[in-house]
Design a binder for this molecule. Structure first.
Ligand SMILES: Nc1ncnc2c1ncn2[C@@H]1O[C@H](COP(=O)(O)OP(=O)(O)OP(=O)(O)O)[C@@H](O)[C@H]1O
Length: 268
């Protein structure tokens, strides 16, 4: 068994750290696809960080690396100072589509990861799932099937499922992109409420500058492929954020600034 290196003084305070990370895939015709190149990035405890950038710049790849679904071709991704070598329990994942099991009701969908992992669901898991359904406004829908819910409600079920084991880290890959604009705003506020009640380090991939600004402490702007960290922008908007945040002059100013940055990053 290989020894796990101890955290170093430089990364001790970081929850997630990318150090010189590169990811090269081999495409179906055998040619290399450099998805990420020399990514250096550190995320602090309970920080909400969004990742934004042109299509194909490696945003999902970043999440898959943190989630242990992929090993970097160069550099190291660490969680709490330990290199990620496989999926870990302290991580929750929410994807673009809710991926619920249609034959299970809402409650059983939320507890499904426990059944899948341990072969059973205990009373504590069920109680926690019910609590999360209450937090996400779905208490009355526990016994409904996914097909009986709206898209926004299904996505909330998926988020409740990702939170079931109260992970320290929540990875979200465009979780609201399939929703209409109103539901999207509503879901953003809902997520902020959950995050403030149960703080965790969140990495949130989005194409929406508005969503990134509304939610984040910092926004990572990626360059077009090969994806690199082009810029990290602090979001000094006060919390709690609400509808008024959207018309804050700082919000408007930053939205314009980020728009220029994202659109000026043409593929190389
Ligand atoms: N398993 C794979 N095999 C080959 N190429 C891959 C693989 N996974 C990703 N890629 C390529 O790596 C690049 C980055 O992909 P990734 O999905 O991370 O980008 P993204 O920024 O999330 O894109 P989008 O915004 O369109 O969702 C793309 O060019 C993609 O085609």
């Amino acid at each position: 068994m290989s020894a796990v290196p101890a955290p170093t003084a430089s990364n001790a305070g970081l929850v997630i750290e990318f150090a010189g990370v590169g990811q090269t895939f081999t495409s179906s015709d055998g040619s290399p696809v450099v998805a990420l190149q020399d990514v250096n990035l550190g995320l602090r405890r309970h920080e909400f960080v969004s990742v934004i950038g042109p299509s194909g710049c490696g945003k999902s790849t970043l999440l898959r690396l943190v989630g242990g679904l992929l090993r970097p071709t160069s550099g190291t991704v660490s969680i709490f100072g330990m290199p990620v070598t496989e999926p870990r329990d302290e991580i929750g994942f929410a994807f673009q589509r809710p991926t619920l099991l249609p034959w299970l009701d809402v409650l059983d969908n939320v507890t499904f990861p426990m059944r899948h992992k341990y072969g059973r669901v205990d009373a504590r898991d069920t109680a926690r799932a019910q609590e999360l359904l209450a937090v996400t406004g779905l208490a009355d829908f526990a016994r409904k099937r996914p097909a009986e819910l709206s898209g926004g409600m299904q996505q909330r079920v998926a988020i409740a499922r990702a939170l079931l084991h109260d992970p320290d880290i929540l990875l979200m890959d465009e979780p609201f992109s399939a929703l209409d604009a109103l539901t999207r705003d509503e879901m953003s506020f809902e997520l902020l409420r959950i995050w403030s009640e149960r703080p965790k380090t969140v990495v949130f991939v989005t194409h929406s500058i508005q969503e990134a600004l509304l939610l984040s402490d910092r926004i990572v702007v990626m360059s077009a492929r090969p994806g690199r960290v082009a810029e990290i922008i602090d979001v000094p908007l006060p919390r709690p954020r609400n509808l008024a945040t959207l018309s804050d002059p700082v919000f408007t100013h930053l939205a314009n600034e980020i728009r220029v940055k994202v659109f000026s990053r043409k593929p190389e």
